[in-house]
Design a protein around this ligand. Structure first.
Ligand SMILES: CC(C)(COP(=O)(O)OP(=O)(O)OC[C@H]1O[C@@H](n2cnc3c(N)ncnc32)[C@H](O)[C@@H]1OP(=O)(O)O)[C@@H](O)C(=O)NCCC(=O)NCCS
Length: 168
């Protein structure tokens, strides 16, 4: 496995799109952590990423030997009355979890969100995802509420915790 120090965190660019699509698809197909159960088709993913870049929305990837092993993005809300708010999503492929990559990704993405004037960052996380919740609380997210039986897959229900972070 690649050592942590060799993992680079970079803003996403066109050359990362296929790798991002693959990483997203891998995490989605675990059917455990994301609402998405598979990635959207590559062309839709490409359009999404170009939209993120064009719109100035922060999106970072973690690269191990040039391969995308994780991502973190914050999408600004489309309505003007909520435009101070962005929604965070992130994931790391299984072999690279628990090595501090998530912390580095979220730190970079939160910093960039401040730079583009996003004041409030929100997210939803499955209530049993203790690793993600620990990471979010460590960087300053607070719990705002519980959505009961929010997720339903393969006959299982899961609650979701809504969390938010404010730039000072
Ligand atoms: C959640 C996720 C992004 C976290 O990233 P990561 O690189 O695995 O996490 P890190 O190594 O940066 O650890 C962050 C903190 O989580 C905590 N943590 C790590 N492993 C943990 C575990 N197994 N259980 C509970 N907490 C854990 C630690 O407190 C750690 O902080 P520390 O290094 O200061 O001790 C990553 O595990 C992942 O992609 N999981 C699957 C997809 C997912 O859950 N996405 C988020 C959906 S809301």
């Amino acid at each position: 496995m690649t050592a942590r120090s060799e993992i680079r965190i970079e803003p996403i660019s066109a050359g990362h799109i296929e790798g991002f699509h693959k990483a997203l698809d891998t995490v989605a197909r675990e059917r455990e952590y994301l609402s998405l159960l598979e990635a959207f088709p590559l062309e839709e993913t490409r359009a999404f990423v170009f939209g993120m870049i064009k719109g100035g929305n922060p999106q970072f990837v973690a690269l191990a030997d040039g391969k995308v092993v994780g991502w973190c993005d914050i999408s600004r809300h489309a309505f003007p009355s909520h435009a101070h708010t962005g929604r965070l999503g992130m994931g790391i492929i299984p072999a690279y979890r628990g090595q501090g990559v998530g912390r580095r990704l979220i730190d970079a993405t939160l910093r960039a969100s401040r730079d583009v004037g996003i004041e409030r960052v929100e997210l939803s996380v499955h209530a049993d995802n203790s690793r993600a919740i620990a990471l979010y609380e460590k960087v300053g997210f607070v719990r705002e509420g519980l959505a009961r039986k929010s997720f339903h897959i393969d006959g299982r229900y899961k609650d979701a915790i809504h969390m938010a972070f404010f730039h000072e």
